[in-house]
Design a protein around this ligand. Structure first.
Ligand code: GCB
Length: 635
């Protein structure tokens, strides 16, 4: 009987069971299918937050769907009528009108959550839930003929499907990059209803895979907005300083008047205006003389200019800094000057006893100020996935160089073409979102990936994509290394073929924590690289439970051991002639379900220089003092 009902209603209403479709596919946009060789593309909506529209953050109803009944029936057919959370009706009214109707959800009467936030914040029972959750809210809207409308989701972890007023709009894979789906023809006057299904379950084919060392944070973790644009609008505008000192612009218009349209760029503060015209694809590429008075962006002088792009009926404005970064031999040059990166690693997790990836601007400022003002950093590694746009914008504003990273972590299914397409799409979404951020100097491809032919081919594609999307930044990755013995002393050798693809080599080092080395012996470890490229210690760290002390500094998990680990790792690093930066692991303790020592960890990775609530451990001052000693220029 139930089956009969669902079959009938599915035929009547159209099957939406494809919503969580094949890995890597984003349905709902015309140009979303990547052929080998193509970089995945779609609507960019650069600087979407500056556009007119409606913030859909706030109260949403939610309903857990652990068996995914809202996606498909128990025999694998399309979801039955009684399970489709996205239907455009009032369940209670339907039941009153037809007392025999069987509906096994009611979004309008489900619990309320405040979004954006991971679902572990909604209810303690959801602490370790991995699977599908439905979210729904109502909003009012007045359509206008001259306006196009997009639903923009800044991040939903991991796979999400969007429905508007009962209609399937599109789906997206990837927990850390934004997507925009056009809804112009689906909006109605007055009340509208948006439903988003978010499935957090990783698999061996996802990016990242199931085993990581951080909290999976399922949910809608960044803002959702209804974005309004003119019919033809500036979809992408990338404005940057080239290495030969010109201002280059790549502009892409979208809409019926995109082709051969005049585009004007201006920076009022510099009295600078240039013009060009889009080509037959609606694109403009140009390079112009930079104004003489242009002040360069740097961590010491994070100068941003208000840059305006005008095309037809659209005007887009952004705050953009101008600087160059390049490598010369073993040096990293920022604005032509060698720089040593005084950094720290960060996860996207706010300071506090019970974080939920609620990254308000205050939460972001707390983290970045602890790095910049507390430790004296000029650099942050945003591990291990793209952090929010609010984060990279804040880094631009306060003056911190940024390492931006792909969630290509440990064991990826390198041989699966769909996994590769998904990773390429994520990288393209990240780079297109953030190409205007002066703070970002590195696109990082991957973290600690074991060598192999398939991995090499996968990362070669990502490296080529990154270079073709952005020829102004440096490519890096955190490499695995080989430890050898040289005359009874350890020698660590960099010999990963991935190094050939990189401008800057990242290496994570945990000698003395994951190895039996005595801390006092760390300075005697030598490092060899035959690549002639700069290297960064992209991680080094040891767990310490804030407040646990051992004066001998012998006991792991004590603050003293951690401080001694850092002192000796810094001493080791000072002897490496090609080392150009440090980013200790990590600014603060972070949730990690794989860390379960009941006294010291309790689900937290304790390698923070601060506890989860921001209490500084002894190691914090060790790093801060070292950075003060370096602050007056390159080593
Ligand atoms: C690493 C990983 C990082 C871990 C860290 C650790 O090498 O890159 O994600 O959290 O070590 O604490 O073991």
């Amino acid at each position: 009987m139930a089956d009969e009902l669902s079959r009938r209603t599915v035929l009547g209403l159209g099957a939406a069971g494809v919503a969580f479709g094949a890995t890597g596919a984003t349905v709902g946009e015309p140009s979303q299918t990547a052929e080998p060789g193509d970089i995945p593309s779609g609507i960019v909506l650069v600087n979407a937050a500056s556009r007119e529209g409606q913030d859909l953050s706030g109260a949403w109803r939610y309903s857990i769907d652990p068996y995914r009944d809202g996606i498909s029936g128990f025999h694998g057919a399309a979801a039955g009528f009684g399970h489709r959370r996205y239907e455009d009706h009032d369940v209670e009214a339907v039941a009153r009108a037809n007392p025999a109707a069987l509906i096994e959800y009611d979004m309008q009467r489900s619990s309320v959550a405040q979004l954006p936030a991971a679902w572990l914040t909604h209810d303690p029972a959801l602490r370790h839930f991995v699977g599908l959750m439905w979210y729904q809210r109502a909003f009012t809207h007045t359509p206008s003929r001259a306006r196009r409308a997009f639903i923009r989701v800044e991040a939903a972890n991991y796979r999400s499907s969007v429905y508007l007023n009962g209609a399937f709009i599109g789906t997206h894979e990837g927990g850390f990059t934004p997507y925009s789906l056009e809804v112009t023809d689906f909006l109605r006057q007055g009340a509208n209803q948006i439903t988003i299904g978010v499935d957090s379950e990783p698999s061996p084919d996802t990016v990242p895979p199931p085993v990581t060392d951080w909290e999976n944070y399922g949910g809608i973790t960044r803002p959702v907005r209804l974005v309004l644009t003119p019919e033809t609008f500036v979809d992408d505008a990338w404005i940057r300083l080239t290495r030969d000192g010109r201002i280059a612009a790549s502009v892409r218009l979208d809409g019926p008047r995109a082709v051969r349209t005049r585009v004007r760029l201006s920076i009022d503060a510099l009295d600078w205006t240039v013009e060009g015209r889009t080509n037959d694809l609606g694109e403009l590429e140009g390079a112009f003389d930079a104004p003489h008075a242009l002040e360069l962006w740097s961590p010491e002088n994070p100068r941003l200019y208000s840059v305006r792009v005008e095309a037809g009926a659209d005007t887009l404005e952004d705050q953009i800094g101008f600087r160059t970064v390049r490598v010369e031999g073993e040096n990293i040059l920022l604005n032509g000057e060698p720089i040593f990166l005084r950094g720290v690693c960060l996860h996207e997790e706010e300071i506090g006893a019970d974080p939920g990836r609620i990254m308000t601007s205050a939460a972001i400022a707390d983290l970045l100020k602890a790095a910049k003002d507390g430790l004296g950093c000029n650099f942050v590694r945003l591990a291990h996935y793209p952090h929010s746009e609010a984060m990279t914008r804040m880094a631009d504003k306060i003056g911190l160089l940024v390492w931006s990273e792909m969630p290509v972590y440990w064991r990826i299914n390198w041989g699966n073409p769909a996994t590769r397409t998904a990773a390429r799409r994520m990288q393209a979404e990240n780079i297109r979102r953030d190409r205007n951020r002066a703070s970002i100097i590195f696109w990082s491809l991957a973290n600690e990936t074991p060598q192999g032919e398939e991995r090499n081919a996968f990362l070669k594609t990502l490296a080529a994509d990154a270079r073709s999307l952005d020829d102004t930044r440096l490519i890096t990755a955190a490499l695995l290394t080989e430890r050898r013995d040289r005359n009874g002393r350890p020698l660590v050798v960099i010999n990963d073929p991935l190094a050939d693809l990189l401008d800057v080599l990242g290496v994570n080092t945990y000698n003395g924590w994951y190895s039996d080395d005595a801390l006092a012996d760390l300075p005697d470890i030598s490092w060899r690289s035959d690549y002639g490229k700069p290297m960064i210690f992209s991680e080094f760290g040891a767990d310490a439970k804030a407040g646990f002390h051992d004066a001998s500094a012998m006991r792991k998990f004590s603050e003293e051991f951690q401080a001694e680990f850092h002192r000796n790792t810094l001493a080791m690093s000072a002897r490496i002639p090609f080392l150009r930066g440090l980013s200790p692991w990590i600014l603060k303790d972070f949730r990690s379900p794989r860390r379960q020592h009941p006294v010291y960890q309790n689900g937290w990775n304790r390698k923070g220089l601060m506890s989860e609530t921001g209490a500084r451990k002894q190691a914090f001052e060790v790093i801060a003092a070292y950075y003060r000693s370096l602050a007056n220029g390159p080593r």
